[in-house]
Design a protein. Sequence first.
Length: 363
Amino acid sequence: MRKTDVTQHSLYSYRTLEERIPDAHPLRKLRVLVDAILANMNDDFQALYSRRGRPSIAPERLLRASLIQTLFSIRSERQLVQHIEYNLLYRWFVGMNLDEAVWNHSTFSANRERLFSEAMTQRFFAQVLRIAEWQSLISDEHFTVDGTMIEAWASVKSFTKKDGSGPPPSDEGRNATVDFKGEKRSNETHQSTTDPDARLYKKGDGDKSRLCYLGHALMENRNGLVVDATTTLASGTAERDAALIMAERSIQKAGATLGADKGYDAAEFVKQLRDQGVTPHVAQKKHSAIDGRTTRHAGYAVSIKKRKLVEEIFGWSKTIGGLRKARFVGLAKVRAQTTFTFAAYNLTRMASIFGWRLSAVVG
């Protein structure tokens, strides 16, 4: 007998949201890991909020929701709260029940503004690393460093003369047309009116100039996890400067190696690494600062091969994690976004190592 296609609404639901999520779902294991991290951050949260006033959105829920946004490539806060409203998996991961009202997107953004700071995202990143260290997933001997461009949340049209003497718009309207043809623009004389910290920069000859930042990652070579990260203003020396800072604070073992591409093959950089007790395994240019004392060792070839793993970090961060273009304005906020994205990458990488197959549901 054919059943009639009639929807009958129930007054009550006899299955909880917890029961609706399969026991074997990989996000279950990730949720346990994330909850342990957030529990360790309880004192940090307590210091962030006043004991008086109306209760805000729980910081644990804000961070879980931000993880969902990063892991599932949700571009905006408006889309995020819409997804949490109707997606039971997202609602469960955040920690909400079936009947709980989802926040307005502007309320979510305002609450996250306080939480999404450099210090707090760095704390979250450090807690993720603690789990990786506890599981002996991190090498203390072999590392790789690299940088990537992060497009700023600003149009090139906003890059105008600091003294305000630029050409007038050729038409009227909210997005007026401005003819910059023939005008020389540089970071010394011009600045973005939308994001003053963004810099006009291009990666190499033939590439177009963009308003951007540079994100930097220090990767350990055993499992390809990010052990240090930062974001800087874009400049010709920013990658090497950031590499030295990260190496000094994160590479503790004398004689540890640091792999890098040809952009880091500069005599002063190589010398400073050796002064820090780090062995530079930098890819060689035609006239290289790396000589046979380094290249004759078998480990050099291994480092050059392992170096390519860092591109997987940047590839995931841009295609899945939303780091191709900044969601925020200002160096401090973009630095927080970069650190949080790399922490999310480490979680997915650890899930893969543990055999959770998180990639089956993420990306």
